[in-house]
Design a protein around this ligand. Structure first.
Ligand SMILES: Nc1ncnc2c1ncn2[C@@H]1O[C@H](COP(=O)(O)OP(=O)(O)OP(=O)(O)O)[C@@H](O)[C@H]1O
Length: 240
């Protein structure tokens, strides 16, 4: 067997004397979705940024397809798509132009047809000519997701992609993540939404104050009640 698509080994992160992420091991294969849950400030985004090569762990190592993960590596930039937790757009580019920019930068052939498809998929067709200032917050979030979909990817890192989405859009996000995994893409999903994690994840990890307190299947970590918050206290079956 080859190396996992993404592997974190003994990864921790401290700021000065304060440790915000205690040593974590995580491995993710293509076609697999791992969801990461936890309270505000529990270290989820820190872990995701490190997984993306955007931040360096204080200790431990991260590999992508068996080689060190660094954001500047051309191979990483070509194969790893990241949707962060903040909206970052060019105020003077339309929705379509944003997607064209990403597609051209990644050498996508037949980009216009593919962009039409992604626009329709994310319910943005009507807004193709809109500037970011003319979009709702949910539509802006859809644009961020669309920007990841118009480019090639083997690994998709999502930081609270359900933010600002209504229940219907959230369901379609779940369908999208499931389709990505079915296509062989590895997905690391940081989320506050246990229901979304249950719908799409093969494995669920829970962080509390920077420590991994649960790691198991959705059935092991999450209760049947979608609104249940058992994962927040880490008392479910797979709790550590
Ligand atoms: N640049 C930084 N300097 C110092 N502390 C930081 C820095 N970035 C993050 N932290 C701290 O690290 C901890 C973990 O933050 P992180 O953003 O990973 O949490 P999170 O689980 O993603 O939270 P949320 O659910 O609110 O997005 C927090 O206590 C935060 O204050």
């Amino acid at each position: 067997m080859g190396a996992p698509l993404l592997q974190l080994t003994g990864v921790s992160r401290s700021y000065g004397k304060r440790t915000v992420l205690h040593p974590v091991d995580l491995s993710l294969d293509g076609g697999q979705c791992v969801a990461l849950l936890g309270h505000n400030g529990s270290g989820k985004s820190t872990l995701l940024r490190i997984a993306a090569g955007r931040d360096k762990p204080t200790k431990g190592k991260v590999t992508f397809d068996g080689r060190p993960m660094t954001e500047n590596d051309a191979r990483v930039r070509a194969r790893v798509a990241v949707v962060g937790d903040t909206v970052a757009c060019y105020p003077d580019l339309t929705v379509r132009q944003h997607l064209q920019l990403v597609a051209v930068a990644h050498g996508v052939e037949g980009a216009d047809a593919w962009i039409d498809h992604v626009l329709a998929d994310r319910l943005l067709s009507e807004h193709a000519k809109s500037l970011p200032s003319g979009l709702s917050s949910g539509q802006l979030q859809s644009l961020l997701l669309a920007s990841a979909l118009v480019r090639p990817r083997d690994l998709l890192l999502l930081d609270e992609p359900e933010q600002r989405l209504d229940p219907d859009a959230r369901r379609r996000l779940g369908d999208l993540i499931a389709a990505e995994a079915a296509d062989g893409v590895g997905v690391l999903l940081v989320t506050h939404h246990a229901e979304l994690a249950r719908a799409v994840a093969d494995r669920v990890l829970v962080l509390r104050e920077g420590k991994l307190v649960a790691d198991g299947t959705p059935d092991e970590v999450l209760s049947d009640d979608a609104a249940d918050t058992t994962w927040q206290t880490g008392v479910a079956g797979a709790a550590r």
